[in-house]
Design a protein around this ligand. Structure first.
Ligand code: HEM
Length: 545
C-alpha cells in the first residue's frame, strides 16, 4: 500500500496548502496533493498536527484490521458444529487460481469500484474477454465467477453441500447483518428457516396485507400533484413506512426516525468500498447503526412477547425451534434486522423497475390498469388476499421487470471442497459467484433480452425454459423466503398506484431511464404532469461479480 511521505494539507483556517512531513494516508476531506506549498507554520495551526496524528492512527488501525482479517474470515468457517463436527476452510493462495482466465485489477481495490460503477457492463466485458468462467478481485479477495443456468443450478441446488452461503456472503454482510438466515448453512439453516417460515404462512400474510393496503394508500395520497417527483426516493420512503407497520406493528413511536436512519446506514455500509469501520466512513456509520438496532430490538422482544401482535416482529418473537422452545433473543434480533434489509432494498429496486418499464411501455401500463379495474374495487378499497390471484398480468410484468433488472444481480458462495466446472478445477476455499443479471440477459434463453415482454412468463413459456434461467429470488435451500411477500406488495402497489396515476417518459430529459407521472384515472383525460423516476441501478445491493 502506498504511503505518502509528504502530504499537502489545505489549512482549514486560511485555506492555504501546507506541507506535512508526517507519514499519513489520503482518507477523504481536505487532504490533497498539490504543487509547491506556501506553508502555514504547523505551530500556528496545531489542529493540522492533530489531524495528521489521527490519520496516522487510523492508518495503523486499518492496517492491523486488514492483517487480522484474513485468518478471521476462515477461522469461523464451521460446518456441522451442532453435531460436534467442525471443519475449517482456508481461501486458496492466489497462485492456486492463476489457471482461471482473468486478472486482478488495480492494486488494493481490485475490481471493486468498476463493479460498483457498472455491474452489467463489467460482466459483459469480462465474458467477452475471458469467457463464462473468470477470475476477479473484489473486496480484497480473488474469486471466480461462473455464468449461465447450469452454473446457477450447480451452485444453488448443491445436493452435496459443497457451497457455503455463510462464507460467501460474510465479506459483504458479516459486520452488519451477522447470523441472518442467509448467513447460516445446512442443518442450522434448515432449523432456522423452519422456525421463520411460520411468519410467512397465509394467516400472518393476510394481516401484513392489511397494513400494506393502508400504508400505500396513505403515502400515494401525499405524493405531489401536478409537478415532477423523483420516484426512487419516494418508493424507498414508502417501503420504509411499510416496514414500520407490517414488520414492526407501527408502534415505533418517537424512535421511528432513528430506526430508519440506523437501518439506512447499515444498508449503505454493505457495499462501502472501505470495509473497516474507520471514523467518518460509511462502514463506521453502518456498525453504529447495527449497535442501535440490536439495542432497540433487544428491548422490544419482551414487550412484543407480552403484548402479542400480528406484525412480522411479533411473529418472530413467538416463533420456536423444533423442540418447541422460543427463538433466543439474539436470534430474534439478528433475523429481524436481516429480514428488514432483505426486504427493503429489493422491493424498492424491483418496484422502481416495474414502474419504469410501465412508463416506457404505455400499452402494458394500460393492460395492467384494465386488469386492476376488473377487480371491481372502489377507489382506495383494500386489495384482499383472496384477490391476489386475479392479477396474473401484473405478476408477469413484475417478473419481467426483475428479469431485466434483478435486484440482487450477483450471488456469492464459498466452495468447501474442490470442484470442477466447464473443465476448470476450482479449489476448496474459493469464493465463487453466479450472476442473475447476466443469466437474465442471455439471448439463447431470452431472445431480444433488452425488450420488455411480460408474455415470456406465461405458464407454457416458463415450462420450456431451463429452471435456473430466471433466478431473481435465487433457488435451492436459500431461495428467498419472502418471495410471496414481494409479489403481494408489488400487486398491492400496482392496484393503488395504477388506479390513480399514469406514468410516461419525459421527452426532454436526456437520460432514457427517467419518466414522468401524470395524474388522472385510467382512460381519463390525462395531462402531462412530469415526475422523474430514478434509474433502477441507483443502489446495487450486491457487488460481487
Ligand atoms: C423483489 C423482492 C425480493 C428479491 C428480488 C429477493 C431476492 C432474494 C435472493 C436472491 C435471496 C437469496 C440469496 C442467496 O441465495 O444467497 C433472498 C433470500 C432471502 N430473502 Fe429475499 N428478496 C426479495 C424480497 C424479500 C422480502 C420481502 C423478504 C422478507 C419479508 C425477504 C427475505 C429474505 C430472506 C430471509 C432470505 C434468506 C433466505 C435463506 O437463506 O433461506 N426477501 N432474497
Amino acid at each position: 500500500m502506498k504511503r505518502f511521505e509528504r502530504l499537502l494539507v489545505e489549512c482549514p483556517k486560511c485555506a492555504r496548502r501546507s506541507g506535512l512531513s508526517t507519514p499519513s494516508i489520503l482518507v477523504q476531506g481536505r487532504v490533497v496533493q498539490g504543487p509547491d506549498p506556501k506553508p502555514c507554520t504547523a505551530a500556528a495551526h496545531p489542529n493540522l498536527i492533530f489531524a495528521a496524528q489521527r490519520l496516522e492512527r487510523a492508518w495503523r488501525l486499518a492496517l492491523s484490521n486488514w492483517r487480522a482479517r484474513k485468518p478471521r474470515m476462515t477461522e469461523a468457517l464451521t460446518i456441522g458444529a451442532s453435531a460436534g463436527q467442525t471443519k475449517t476452510v482456508q481461501p486458496p493462495p492466489r497462485a492456486a487460481l492463476t489457471h482461471i482466465p482473468g486478472d486482478e485489477g488495480w492494486p488494493l481495490v481490485g475490481h471493486t469500484l468498476s463493479i460498483l460503477a457498472d455491474p452489467k457492463g463489467f460482466v459483459e466485458r469480462r465474458v467477452e474477454r475471458y469467457g463464462p468462467v473468470y477470475r476477479t478481485r473484489v473486496f480484497g479477495e480473488t474469486n471466480v465467477t461462473l455464468l449461465g443456468p447450469d452454473a446457477n443450478e450447480l451452485i444453488l441446488l448443491d445436493p452435496q453441500k459443497n457451497f457455503s452461503s455463510t462464507f460467501g456472503w460474510a465479506i459483504v454482510l458479516d459486520r452488519l447483518f451477522p447470523r441472518g438466515l442467509m448467513l447460516r448453512d445446512f442443518d442450522e439453516h434448515r432449523l432456522h428457516r423452519r422456525a421463520l417460515s411460520v411468519a410467512f404462512k397465509a394467516g400472518p400474510m393476510k394481516s401484513y396485507l392489511e397494513e400494506l393496503n393502508a400504508g400505500i394508500v396513505a403515502r400515494i395520497a401525499k405524493w405531489p400533484r401536478g409537478r415532477e417527483m423523483q420516484f426512487y426516493p419516494a418508493i424507498k420512503q414508502l417501503t420504509l413506512d411499510l416496514a414500520a407497520t407490517s414488520f414492526l406493528g407501527g408502534q415505533i413511536g418517537p424512535e421511528m426516525q432513528a430506526v430508519n436512519r440506523a437501518f439506512i446506514d447499515m444498508i449503505a455500509a454493505t457495499v462501502a468500498p472501505i470495509r473497516t469501520p474507520l471514523p467518518g466512513t460509511k462502514m463506521r456509520r453502518g456498525v453504529n447503526g447495527r449497535a442501535f438496532m440490536v439495542d432497540y430490538f433487544t428491548r422490544r422482544v419482551p414487550l412484543a412477547r407480552a403484548q402479542g401482535g400480528d406484525d412480522l416482529f411479533s411473529q418472530l418473537c413467538r416463533a420456536s425451534y423444533e423442540d418447541g422452545s422460543l427463538l433466543s433473543v439474539p436470534d430474534v434480533v439478528d433475523h429481524m434486522s436481516f429480514l428488514m434489509m432483505a426486504a427493503h432494498d429489493t422491493l424498492t429496486s424491483s418496484i422502481t423497475s416495474l414502474v419504469y418499464q410501465l412508463a416506457v411501455h404505455p400499452e402494458w401500463q394500460e393492460r395492467l390498469r384494465d386488469e386492476v379495474g376488473k377487480l371491481g374495487l372502489p377507489p382506495d378499497e383494500p386489495l384482499d388476499f383472496e384477490k391476489l390471484d386475479g392479477l396474473p398480468l401484473t405478476e408477469m410484468a413484475f417478473k419481467e421487470a426483475m428479469r431485466i433488472t434483478p435486484p440482487v444481480p450477483s450471488i456469492p458462495r464459498r466452495a468447501l471442497r474442490d470442484f470442477e466446472f466447464n473443465g476448470f478445477r476450482i479449489p476448496a476455499g474459493t469464493g465463487v459467484n453466479i450472476n442473475p443479471l447476466f443469466t437474465h440477459h442471455m439471448p439463447d434463453l431470452w431472445p431480444e433480452p433488452a425488450r420488455f415482454d411480460p408474455m415470456r412468463f406465461t405458464d407454457e413459456a416458463t415450462r420450456k425454459r431451463h429452471r435456473f434461467a430466471f433466478i431473481p429470488f435465487s433457488g435451492g435451500a436459500h431461495m428467498c423466503i419472502g418471495l410471496n411477500f414481494a409479489y403481494m406488495q408489488a400487486k398491492c402497489f400496482a392496484r393503488h398506484f395504477l388506479g390513480k396515476v399514469a406514468v410516461s417518459i419525459v421527452a426532454d430529459v436526456a437520460d432514457p431511464q427517467t419518466a414522468r407521472r401524470t395524474e388522472g384515472n385510467a382512460g381519463g383525460d390525462q395531462r402531462p404532469d412530469p415526475a422523474l423516476i430514478a434509474p433502477p441501478y441507483d443502489h446495487p445491493r450486491n457487488t460481487s461479480a
